[in-house]
Each structure stands twice: as structure tokens, then as C-alpha cells.
Design a binder for this molecule. Structure first.
Ligand code: AMP
Length: 293
């Protein structure tokens, strides 16, 4: 395994693998502090691709001025040890000036999709995400890039970006990995105290109840959102930012749930830590439809 810090080196290694050796490349973009959620992506990349590149880059442009960029957990030594065990071929861990050289002035905005939910709470966040992902895709030119459903809005935005700007990469989105308690794995869980971590399990319980309600026939999006809200409010440590029931592809809010895939997304703070999570409804219907077509 090689750790690459320079954008030029990463480009030339990837170009060689593609052109001279005709090898398929899978890219797993991360901000490090790796956990099982990241590793599920690495595992799938390993299964699908000849060569696996994991990028580890805490991207400054996706953090707001009052956010946790400086205290975001970083441990490249530990991440490297983990990725060695997973037979990853390259770690791309550039310093910020390699991604954003002096005079950097070109940003990507995915309009509309970026203006709601996390986009409202974190202005500029998705501009930073879309920009860094575009740079990573241009440097590595992977056949496949792997993302987690945990960050559902991000996954939708990246799929749209790749389609709109004709990147030659297929985006693979994999399910959210959870702890036994139901808490979605996240590098930010490291910030939680033991009490907060326990309290945060309410998020998954609330989302699971909404899914159950849907299975029992509830089709009113507002009532499902109210159900999620009421369960989260039973936890005194939880401060709910939003519950959003939307079309899973357009992210447009919906009132009545029919056959379309639906996303129920929440953001909840515990102390200083803001967590996001989601569940989907009707998501297998589309797959069935695709299979039938
Ligand atoms: P991050 O390091 O938080 O930027 O995450 C890197 C990638 O891992 C993103 O595509 C995330 O959606 C994905 N990811 C993070 N947590 C999880 C999880 N619990 N399950 C599945 N994927 C995840």
C-alpha cells in the first residue's frame, strides 16, 4: 500500500493503472477517523474493483466558520493501519494546499438540492462537498466511487453532480451501518459523552417507528414527521433541528406518500454534537421496477 500526498502523483498513478494495466479503480472518499461505516464502503470497493483508493481529507471548504474543522478527529496512523488490513492499494491523504492551491477560485454548486435540510443548517456545506468530490473524481478518475446512505442528501447531490457534469464514474450508495444500539456510526460520535451516546439512540427508534407506521398504512407525510418529532422530544437531551419527509431523489417535500421512494431525514443535537440520520420508504419498489424493465 502506498500513501500519496501529492495530487500530481495520485493522477499519474491512477492514469497508469487505467491505461497501461487496464485496471478498474474504486474510490472511497472519507475524512478519516475511520469506523465500520467507512469500512463497509471499502469492503464493497475491494469486492468490485481491481484497485482501491481511499482518500482521507478533512475538507476545510465544507465546514462553516463556527463548525468543528479544527477539532475534527484526525488519526492517519490508525487509519493507515486499518486500511492496510483491508488490502487497500492507495491512501490519498493530501494536505489542504494540494487540493486548494494558492489562488484557488473554482467552486461547484448543485443548485436546489443544496438549499434545504443540511444546506439550510450549514450554508456553503454542499458547495464544499461538491467541489472536493469533483476534484477527487478528476484526480483519480475512478470507475466507481462509494458513498454512504447515512449522508443521504450528500449522496443525492453527488449523483446529480456526476450526471450533470458528465463525470465518468458510477456512484454506489451503500446502507447506513449502525451500532447495536441503532445509533448510526459517525466520526462525530467520538464527541458524545456516554450519556449523550445513550440518549442519541432515540433517533433510530424514532425513524424505525415512522417506518413501522408507514408499513401499517400511514401515508400522510406530516403525521409521520410528527411521530418522529414526538419520539425525539421524549429525550430531554435531544434538540431537534428538523424532520423532513421528501421525495428521495428530488428532495422536494411531500404531503402524501404514494409509490415514490421517500426519504425521512433528521438532524438532532446532543450537547455540542449535531447528528444526522435517515430512513427510506418504498426504496425497494424502484429496484423492483428497474429489474422488471
Ligand atoms: P465522512 O468521513 O464522514 O465524510 O464519510 C465518508 C463516507 O462514509 C461518506 O460517503 C459517508 O456517507 C460514509 N459513511 C459515514 N458513516 C457511515 C455509516 N454509518 N454507514 C455507511 N456509510 C457511512
Amino acid at each position: 500500500m502506498e500513501i500519496i500526498n501529492r495530487r500530481k502523483r495520485m493522477s499519474s498513478v491512477a492514469r497508469k493503472l487505467r491505461r497501461e494495466q487496464d485496471r478498474s479503480i474504486g474510490l472511497v472518499p472519507t475524512m478519516g477517523a475511520l469506523h465500520e461505516g467507512h469500512l463497509s464502503l471499502v469492503r464493497e470497493a475491494r469486492r468490485m474493483c481491481d484497485v482501491v483508493v481511499v482518500s482521507v481529507f478533512v475538507n476545510p471548504t465544507q465546514f462553516g466558520p463556527d463548525e468543528d474543522f479544527n477539532r475534527y478527529p484526525r488519526d492517519l496512523t490508525k487509519d493507515t493501519a486499518i486500511l492496510t488490513d483491508y488490502n487497500v492499494d492507495y491512501i490519498f491523504a493530501p494536505p489542504p494546499e494540494e487540493i486548494y492551491p494558492k489562488g484557488f477560485a473554482s467552486y461547484i454548486t448543485v443548485e436546489g438540492l443544496s438549499d434545504q435540510m443540511e444546506g439550510i443548517a450549514r450554508p456553503g456545506h454542499f458547495r464544499g462537498v461538491a467541489t472536493v468530490v469533483s476534484i477527487l473524481l478528476n484526480v483519480v478518475r475512478p470507475d466507481f466511487a462509494f458513498f454512504g446512505q447515512k449522508d443521504a442528501q450528500q449522496a443525492v447531490i453527488i449523483k446529480r453532480l456526476v450526471r450533470d457534469l458528465a463525470f465518468n464514474t458510477e456512484i454506489i450508495v451503500l446502507p447506513t451501518v449502525r451500532e447495536d444500539s441503532g445509533l448510526a456510526m459517525s466520526s462525530r460520535n467520538l464527541y458524545l459523552s456516554a450519556d449523550e451516546r445513550q440518549a442519541a439512540t432515540v433517533i433510530h427508534r424514532a425513524l424505525a417507528k415512522a417506518k413501522e407506521g408507514f408499513k401499517e398504512g400511514e401515508r400522510n407525510a406530516n403525521r409521520l414527521a410528527e411521530l418522529v418529532k414526538s419520539i425525539i422530544e421524549t429525550e430531554p437531551r435531544a434538540r431537534l433541528d428538523y424532520v423532513n419527509v421528501s421525495d428521495a431523489e428530488t428532495l422536494e417535500k411531500i404531503d402524501k406518500i404514494e409509490d415514490q421512494p421517500v426519504l425521512i431525514a433528521v438532524a438532532v443535537s446532543f450537547g455540542k454534537t449535531r447528528l444526522i440520520d435517515n430512513t427510506t420508504l418504498n426504496s425497494s419498489k424502484k429496484k423492483e421496477a428497474t429489474t422488471l424493465a
